[in-house]
Design a protein around this ligand. Structure first.
Ligand code: CTP
Length: 404
């Protein structure tokens, strides 16, 4: 979401200000334009020169800049700057600035801008735990939320004072995620839609201890769940065994085996407007898993025969049924990728098939990027460049939204 966006960063005077140059750099790298405004006390913690160099723009410190002779940039600077920006992020936000914003004060450049802003203000407070927990601060936070500001809860942990508690500024990547989510709110094209997504591998038990699995990390499916929820959909994510955090506003159902995933999907399919099968469902499972741990002494030879049977093809079954849902399948291939993908599209005929060529660098399992080709039932083939899985998720959802 950050690409080509105008971000205004308001820094106020707290020790966590030292983290912000990194955020400025990441925003620029993501293709955003960023301007920094800071209070006098913030300038004691991090230098305006650092921020000007990283942002490539002049930094405003303290009060509204004096630019007489240019009305546009002088007397109405705050109005024009607010109109320029897509989002205002105030980080770190001190207890003092929370109090000021909650009551409409505008006695420095940051609070003046906040008051001139009509949308997309994201506030990331950081302070000592006692100040955060103080009733006055908590009341101010409630007031700010009522006024429509998004206030991020601070992280729990070790504070600059040495005390442990809530008050830490979230890490830069989390702030960026929050900025992204805030920007996404302007694109709510999946509002009212129910999206069912499967993600991750399935584990097929050999005995109570061992299993057959695959290398899927679940990152692609989780990225789709996050993106769909941000676009307003009611999302249910059926996840195989993965080590990932549930995205915000997503209902998660954990399953282990292909059979469990099959049942979880079948139970929920009728209500779904969109079904995305990004899970790497096992194609075969041990025919008769042992009830107790299999002992190697029981092996007569140096090799072991393990009879396997086919699992149910969830995607195949979904597309065989008559339904209005938009169905997205995935194909992971390691050779002659497009040939196999076209065959899979014909055999399972989902509306869209996302082809993942695992032989390419920056694609496939456990990476944060992916290189996919999206094939549609109508014969269209879109080869996408390498991008983050989150961006791939939006590319997929753009096409889904058109089909709905
Ligand atoms: N899939 C499914 N149920 C299965 C196996 C796969 O729903 N038992 C879904 C996957 O979630 C994916 C698509 O089918 O959306 C393609 O899976 P893939 O394993 O690549 O294809 P297969 O048809 O299983 O063929 P092969 O493994 O031989 O490539």
């Amino acid at each position: 979401m950050l690409r080509k966006k105008h971000i205004l960063l308001g820094i106020t005077g707290g020790i966590a200000a030292y983290k912000l140059p990194l955020l400025v750099r990441e925003c620029v790298k993501a293709g955003a334009e960023i301007r920094v405004v800071m209070t006098e006390s913030a300038a004691s913690f991090v230098t305006p020169l650092t921020l000007a160099t990283l942002s490539g723009n002049d930094v405003v410190v303290g009060t509204i800049p004096k630019m007489t002779g240019n009305v546009m940039k002088g007397g109405t600077w705050h109005i024009h700057t607010a109109a320029w920006a897509d989002l205002l992020l105030i980080a770190p936000a001190t207890a003092n600035v929370l109090a000021k914003l909650a009551h409409g004060y505008s006695d420095d450049a940051v609070s003046t801008l906040a008051l001139a802003f009509t949308r997309n203000v994201l506030i990331a407070p950081a302070m000592d735990a006692d100040m955060w927990n103080h009733t006055a601060t908590q009341q101010n936070v409630s007031l700010l939320r009522e006024l429509g500001y998004t206030v991020l809860p601070p992280d729990q942990g070790e504070l600059a004072s040495g005390l442990i508690g809530p008050g830490r500024l979230p890490e830069v990547y989390r702030l960026l995620e929050a900025v992204d989510a805030e920007l996404e709110k302007s694109r709510r094209d999946l509002t009212g839609k129910r999206v069912l997504i499967t993600a991750g591998p399935t584990f097929e038990a050999i005995d109570p201890v061992r299993y057959i699995g695959n290398r899927s990390s679940g990152k692609m499916g989780f990225a789709i769940a996050r993106a769909a929820a941000q676009r307003g959909a009611a999302v249910t994510l059926i996840a195989g065994p993965v080590a990932l955090q549930t995205p915000r506003n997503v209902e998660r159902v954990d399953v282990e085996s292909a059979e469990e995933m099959y049942r979880a999907v079948m139970k929920r399919r009728a209500k779904a407007n969109v079904i995305v099968m990004s899970a790497a469902v096992a194609d075969f499972t041990p025919a008769s898993p042992a009830k107790t741990k299999f002992k190697k002494e029981a092996m007569k030879e140096s090799t072991l025969d393990l009879p396997l049977r086919k699992t149910k093809d969830i995607l195949g079954e979904l597309t065989r049924e008559k339904s209005d849902a938009v169905i997205v399948g995935f194909a992971l291939e390691t050779e002659r990728a497009l040939f196999h993908a076209k065959k899979k599209l014909k055999a399972k005929h989902p509306d869209l098939l996302v082809l993942n060529d695992a032989s390419k660098e920056g694609a496939g399992f456990n990476t944060d990027t992916n290189i996919v080709t999206i094939l549609s039932r109508t014969g269209k083939i879109d080869r996408l460049k390498k991008m983050t899985k989150y961006d791939v998720a939006h590319e997929i959802l753009n096409r889904v939204a058109r089909l709905l």
